[in-house]
Design a protein around this ligand. Structure first.
Ligand code: SF4
Length: 584
């Protein structure tokens, strides 16, 4: 029996008619738990087959889980939509205050449909939804200013989430992101552009409900166990100390750090922009998502002269992690921390996905180097490795979509290469730009077969480093490893648990935590649910035209040696054939 305090209310909002209503869907939460499990069902229900990602029918779905607000690190919100970047499944996860705010407002999920006539932002307070006029903040250059204006005009400070887009989302750049609480993002696959297509500038959510518990003593003991395990974990300590930026040096040492569009996997200047250098010279503060005792969010303070007056400075606070450091740092050959931070600030300000932006710029630089394009296409910008000022200029032109070339870049690297050539070094996987790992076949096959083509689907890079470093795997064995991990991650993301805490939330802890909210599951059932959710995602992908026989593998991943043995096209093709058989 499931207790009444699982988050079964779904808030529907129609931007075309300015209407909203709530539906109880206990059935969905009982069967698919929450987060990813619920979101894929709602996507199948609400997104008509073949719908244009920019049409009113494309829904934006936010979903949280039954542990949100009750247990540490159940702090993520899952967003699902049809992606304008790949034309297929869009899924992106984000922390900040988003999950706890949605749960405290009384919802397990929010579904937004329609298109507003005028720029709008939504303010959701408990059971009320306000459709606010966003004309004055539409078109503003900086997403930071937009956040400040909304903060000053809306109540609920400290409890609310403010999800918003920048000019990239307004202008439908296909990899525009949605930013929450200034430093967290629904980064990948273009949720920002879907917001933009709906004339939706922002969504504010806040609520003050309290949550009931089945057995408060049992809950308290379990809470302490989870909390202590998190704060005493050495892995979590690493996330707190240097954050994911710690990965730069070990990956470089290993020879798995993509550099200059993966022309090489070692960066000679890695030690100049490492996590250690940023922590020592720039770290200004650390932040945490709501209900997280770790605080892995690292913010650099960049102090620069401002204007002509002497002794006049401005300090910018800029968030950094491993992935943007790879994409806007090593991938572009940038070795100055200030340069990386300035470029990062521009990308943040306009609301772009940093990973896709970095890969797009890296391809453009190599294309210019090889003469595939000329300065006529780049509008005179001399894109050169390490030259962060030219990259900053290019970012502005991408967001402006100012002409044919920058308009192509605004559609992603695969699209740009299809127009101009250079496919062999266009580093995208099923339409999504590559993450920062060239560790071996696990990393690349993992992104190919992962349901959202993200390194977070199944962490193939970790299999390279933990397993393949010791022994070779056949394609069958590798796919088995990847799928097992991906099935389990469906459970974690249905509970919206931060993947950094995957070592804390073991199967045993997950089952016990689910008991506190009334689920009576065993290990076998839990794993079956994970597998089913994965299957449902692929069902949607295939419905929308996904085809394993129709993909592009950039030669560059075979040409640049990985730290691990042989790795060729045949290996990838075999692995893809195996997964195709398994999921069809
Ligand atoms: S570990 Fe980091 S990303 Fe995960 S919930 Fe905590 S602050 Fe957020």
């Amino acid at each position: 029996m499931i207790y009444h305090y699982i988050p079964s209310n779904i808030l529907y909002i129609d931007l075309s008619s300015n209407k909203f209503w709530v539906e109880k869907r206990q059935d969905l939460f009982e069967k698919y738990i929450g987060g990813t499990g619920i979101a894929i069902q709602l996507l199948q229900e609400n997104c008509p087959k073949g719908c244009d990602p920019f049409s009113p029918e494309n829904p934006i779905i936010f979903a949280v889980g039954p542990l949100t607000g009750l247990f540490p690190l159940a702090s993520k919100t899952v967003a699902m939509f049809k992606s304008p970047h790949t034309g297929n499944l869009g899924e992106s996860h984000c922390g900040g205050r988003s999950a706890v705010a949605i749960r405290m407002a009384g919802y397990g999920a929010i579904v937004i449909k329609g298109i507003s006539n005028n720029p709008t932002y939504l303010a959701i307070y408990d059971n009320k939804v306000h459709f606010r006029d966003a004309s004055t903040i539409w078109g503003m250059e900086s997403i930071f200013t937009v956040g400040r204006i909304i903060r000053e005009n809306e109540p609920g400070s400290g409890l609310r989430t403010i999800m918003r887009i920048g000019s990239a989302g307004e202008r439908l750049v296909s990899y525009a992101c949605v930013t929450t609480e200034t430093y967290r993002h629904f980064g990948r696959l273009g949720l920002g552009a879907v917001f933009g297509s709906k004339k939706l500038k922002a969504v504010v959510v806040s609520g003050k409900r309290s949550l009931k518990i089945k057995d408060s003593k049992y809950y308290q003991n379990l809470y302490d166990e989870v909390y202590n395990s998190a704060v005493n974990s050495l892995v979590m300590q690493k996330y707190h100390d240097l954050g994911t930026a710690e990965n730069i040096l070990p990956l470089n040492e290993l020879g798995g750090l993509p550099t200059r569009n993966l022309q090489t996997a070692r960066f000679e200047n890695a030690s100049k922009i490492s996590g250690e250098v940023l922590a020592q010279g720039y770290l200004g503060r650390r932040l945490a998502c709501s209900h997280c005792p770790i605080g892995c969010i690292h913010i650099a303070a960049l102090r620069e002269p401002y204007g002509d007056e002497p002794y006049f400075y401005k300090t910018s606070m800029i968030c950094y992690d491993y992935e943007p450091m790879y994409a806007l740092g090593t991938m572009l050959g940038i070795s100055k921390p200030e340069g990386f931070l300035k470029l990062m600030e521009q990308v943040e300000k306009r609301g772009l996905d940093s990973m896709s932006t970095g890969v797009v710029l890296a391809w453009a630089t190599e294309a210019l180097e090889k003469g595939i394009i000329t300065e006529k296409e780049t509008k005179g910008i001399k894109l050169r490795w390490g030259d962060y000022n030219s990259y900053i200029e290019a970012v502005k032109l991408i967001v402006d979509k100012s002409d044919g070339f920058y308009n192509a870049l605004a559609h992603g690297v695969e699209y740009a290469a299809s127009k101009y050539g250079g496919k062999d070094f266009a580093l995208s996987f099923m339409g999504n730009e590559m993450p920062g790992y060239h560790t071996g076949p696990g990393a690349h096959v993992g992104v190919f077969i992962g349901a959202r083509h993200s390194h977070l689907d199944n962490a193939g890079y970790s299999i390279d480093q933990k397993v393949l470093v010791n022994r070779k795997l056949t394609p069958d064995e590798l796919v088995e490893y990847l799928l097992k991990e991906e099935y389990w991650r469906q459970i974690l993301s249905s509970l919206v648990i931060c993947f950094f805490a995957r070592g804390v939330y073991t199967t045993d802890i997950v089952l016990k935590a689910l008991q506190t909210v009334g689920y009576d599951l065993n290990e076998n059932t839990l794993h079956k649910i994970g597998e089913e959710i994965h299957h449902e995602k692929y069902k949607f992908k295939i419905r929308e035209g996904f085809n394993f026989d129709d993909f592009h593998i950039p030669n560059r991943i075979f040409d640049t040696p990985t730290p691990i043995g042989e790795f060729d096209r045949n290996f990838v093709l075999k692995a893809v054939k195996i997964i195709k058989k398994k999921i069809s």
